[in-house]
Design a binder for this molecule. Structure first.
Ligand code: ASP
Length: 437
């Protein structure tokens, strides 16, 4: 039995938490490979080491040397070494790291040092080997994960009973350090799990798994004991941010389950994420509700649009030219809408004009400030009347639905409402499917 354990920023934030990690690993000999994040916040208002390193990069860019921000990073690591009683020459390590940041000069290199240092210290603390992710996680020219990564990682860990791997970064085709997007240590954990053929990928964080809804909107929402990969993908893409939304891909193909656990409450059940095949859905129609604000809907109307071959193609060509990806395209016979993340539309007027020229619609319009709410669950596809309940609940709360889209797998229903109605709608939907009665 092999388990790969990834510990997030809060679990790595101070020396006491390093001790917690050691205890968690100590109770189960199958927990052999450890992937670490950089130390995160110790309390609200504290800084994440990764953020301090982005600031360090700015300092070096401006003055050529590390400055106040790196001093804070150094203090964090000194504190960890002192509190946990790690035997490592931390001053030498910090000195070399500062020099390397100045020499390399790239933002990704600076940002990656949080995981590097955390990994070095954790490995010394556990007295097991440290693996620099640079040696095993490779990106290809397009910036995508190079499939050689799995082989390299497997070879490197072969014969090592235990090891610590730094999360969040790897090396690009030119040999420079490159990071994943923020929160990317989750992806490293999944890569390692797949490479070593783990039986389980444990992702240790500061919450007891996924909740059926954002706890900032609904007080103490129900937990989600199990999720399928598909449900997870829908929920995390739509803002349930317990796990990086790309972390499932490496483990999904290999069919390795992910277990989300709480470092601070290891006795809690957490959430198990299982392969879609043979997944036994929860005995409730809706598994969870997630959502995001700030989308823009571009809608087009044209008589006989349905008979016009290539209409959508021409609109998409304009979007492609501006590197705009869309979220949904709900359509009617003579209407079509494109739901796009507002951040992607700084040149909205230009895009609108080019679309008009490309397809000559009777009408083109823009609805700004739309929030999307995803209601997700395998249980929905087997149950009659779920959408009736959903829309009745929304209507009862007095909110007008601006857009509806249902994924072809019947796994999700996406509802668009105005930003200002977002929280109210989520509460109404939660109440309908999870409230007492
Ligand atoms: N330390 C990185 C971040 O703060 C990556 C991670 O924690 O997964 O985004």
């Amino acid at each position: 039995m092999i388990k790969v354990c990834k510990f997030g920023g809060t679990s790595m934030s101070d020396g006491i938490n390093f001790l917690r990690v050691k205890n968690i690993l100590g109770v189960d000999p199958a927990r052999r490979y450890v992937v670490v994040s950089a130390p995160g916040k110790r309390f609200s208002g504290d800084s994440k080491v990764t953020d301090l390193l982005y600031e360090t990069y700015e300092e070096v860019k401006e003055g050529g040397h590390v400055g106040k921000s790196f001093a804070k990073v150094a203090e964090r690591f000194r504190g960890i070494v002192r509190e946990a009683g790690v035997s490592i020459d931390i001053e030498a390590l910090l000195f070399e790291t500062a020099q390397a940041i100045e020499e390399d000069g790239s933002v990704d290199f600076a940002a990656s040092r949080g995981e590097f240092l955390a990994g070095r210290i954790m490995a010394a603390f556990l007295d097991i080997p440290f693996i620099d992710a640079r040696d095993v996680v490779k990106f290809n020219e397009g910036g995508r994960l190079d499939p050689r990564t799995y082989e390299l990682c497997r070879e490197r860990l072969h014969g090592m009973r235990r090891a610590v791997v730094a999360g969040f970064y790897g090396e690009d085709a030119e040999g420079h350090v490159k990071t994943f997007s923020r929160g990317g240590s989750d992806i490293t954990g999944a890569i390692v799990a797949r490479a070593v053929g783990a039986d389980l990928y444990e992702n240790w964080t500061d919450v007891s798994g996924f909740l059926a809804c954002d706890p900032n909107i609904v007080t103490s929402p129900a937990g989600i004991p199990r999720l399928s990969y598909k449900e997870l993908r829908e929920l995390s893409y739509m803002g349930a941010n317990v796990l990086h939304s790309e972390a499932i891909f490496p483990v999904r193909e290999a069919g390795i389950p992910i277990h989300i656990k709480n470092t601070f409450r290891p006795e809690d059940e957490g959430t198990v994420i299982l392969p879609d095949k043979n997944f036994i859905p929860l005995p409730r129609p809706v598994t969870g509700i997630a959502g995001k604000k700030n989308f823009t809907v571009l809608y087009l109307e044209k008589s006989l649009m349905n008979t016009e071959v290539g209409f959508t193609y021409r609109v998409l060509e304009v979007l492609q030219r501006h590197y705009i990806s869309f979220e949904h395209i709900p359509s009617g016979i003579d209407t079509m809408s494109f739901v796009i993340d507002t951040d992607q539309l700084p040149d909205l007027e230009v895009v609108e004009r080019e679309i008009s020229e490309a397809v000559e619609p009777d009408r083109i319009g823009v609805i700004p400030g739309i929030a999307l709410i995803a209601v997700v669950g395998h249980g929905m596809s087997r149950n009659v009347g779920i959408s009736a309940r959903l829309f009745t609940a929304i209507a009862r709360t007095g909110v007008n639905v601006r857009m509806i889209d249902q994924g072809s797998s019947e796994l999700n229903i996406i509802v668009g409402v105005e930003n200002v109605h977002y929280e109210r709608t989520v509460r109404a939907v939660y109440e309908e499917f999870f409230g007492e009665n």
